[in-house]
Design a protein around this ligand. Sequence first.
Ligand code: FMN
Length: 186
Amino acid sequence: MTTRILVTYASRSGSTAEIAEAICAALTIPSPPPPNSANFREVLVDLLPMQDVQDLTPYQAVIAGSAIRGARWLPEAMQFIRSHQTSLRHKPFAMFTVCITLAMRNGEQYRTAVTNWTAPVRSLVRPLSEGLFAGMLDFTRLPTNWETLKLRATVAMGIFPRGDHRDWKAVRDWAESLKPMLTVPA
Ligand SMILES: Cc1cc2nc3c(=O)[nH]c(=O)nc-3n(C[C@H](O)[C@H](O)[C@H](O)COP(=O)(O)O)c2cc1C
């Protein structure tokens, strides 16, 4: 039997997309074969931006993640959850969030605040697990506009740190922790 898992993401400057790729890669690495290989399911993992997802029917489990902007999931990510909430309620679902607050000095103390930002998602679909990850501020990947200028000001004031703060081990460990929840033995 084959288990198909969807890893889907909303990302504006690519850092969340790259975290989704790492989750996909971690889930794709086969676990050691169990003693009775007849009870083993093959796992196939698809990676798609949320806008490209039409139908969740082929998937036995879904992992969805978004970048944070203005203390919220991206609008297209909320749209994805709203559109697919009925289907998501009937399969194992995990979510992850990427933001720069967790990269701040003592950023761990803001985990509760960041969790509150994703309450609108949990009010629609209950995740089995929620990953919160520090992201990246790379101004070469951002357009020059008013929002970017405001962000530059927070960096100049020493509030948000620039650079890549993604903790790849934390991402892989989270993905690994999902395996028993998402893949049911045959
Ligand atoms: C316009 C803008 C607004 C942002 N607002 C927040 C915010 O409110 N809180 C936060 O922690 N991070 C905020 N961030 C940081 C992003 O969440 C972080 O850079 C993330 O890695 C971006 O993901 P992406 O590369 O997938 O778009 C903001 C970034 C941008 C560009």
